[in-house]
Design a protein around this ligand. Sequence first.
Ligand code: SF4
Length: 392
Amino acid sequence: MNPELLRRLPALRQAAQAGSLGLYLHVPFCVDRCTYCSFATTRDRSLQPATTTRLTAEVDAWGEALARPAVDTLYLGGGTPSLLSATELEGLTRAARRAFDLTPLVEATLEANPGTVDLAWLQRARHLGWDRISLGVQALDDGLLARLGRIHGAAQALESLRLAEQAGFRRRSADLMVGIPGQTLSRVLADARTLADTGIDHLSVYLLDLDKACPLRAEIDAGRLALPSEDEVADVFEALQVELPRLGLAPYEISNYARPGGASVHNTRYWERRPYLGLGPSAASQLGACRWTETSVIPAWAEGRGELDLQELDAAEALAEIPLLGLRLHRGVDWAALRTQAEVLNLRPLAEAWESRLRALATEGLTVWEGDQVHLSPRGMLLSNGILGMFV
Ligand code: SF4
């Protein structure tokens, strides 16, 4: 364990024992790199055995260090977790069961790339206890998928959703991307309808993010492709806000829609600031006042080397995160509870300043107050970056 974390271990253990944790495991391998990707992932599968072995050992080590705390959500993300062999997946799953108390487990999600799943693997995963699957569909247009460098076509994406259902995954989520060069509003709406028709219980709608250097960014910078304008993108999000609830998928967070009972419990814990432990290259953890991110350099991580980015939030930063993250949720924030917390922390003026700004935004139709509960309006959701900036 990193010496900085070791020094804080008693406090970390206390935070982990105070309630249930979310456990996130990162699998940093992909068949090919998508043209827009800036995640910690590699095509070099020769690193997979050592990385998976270390990940399994880390699960055991952290479970022991934190005195086998309770875990209520498991999440296997990537990268492409569906590239794990059935044996590797079984090893990781067994380690989680051995090292942590999974009695309160309510959700075990794994991410999968539609180009890498078959029925046998999905059935194995389901048998091991994984009960929710998130498939990176992104679009249902072969031309757009090729532009994104995805390894699958539209038909394969739909087939993977069908296979997941056949394997017994009653909870299935798909990702839909917005803002792809050449993507039209009618295309996005058609894809949303087709995905809803598959019976998925959850849809994540993401804006293509090209902040970091990547091949697609280079194409755009060279003038060979053009991104849709901000207005065009806003029109798409606005149309989805109307269309998805009609299709039975109600918004519960800025980017996420679900059927009743379909909201991701694991992801909701991030917006509610509930504790989580992330293991693997680039994985993030939050326990008590500590937050840390492991190195994203995969070979270094696999060998137990690499820098750890550790942060200790002060009281004002921790308080600011309640509205910063909580206002992403459709139900918003209980401001009476926030006010009480601010009193305890001696930060009442700060909470009052935020409140007066959020009340002013209500007159512009961007926030909605229902008693002491405040949430963003649909237009506020579209303009959330600007609004949430006040808490940073
Ligand atoms: S599948 Fe996901 S993690 Fe892998 S390269 Fe594509 S975007 Fe990146």
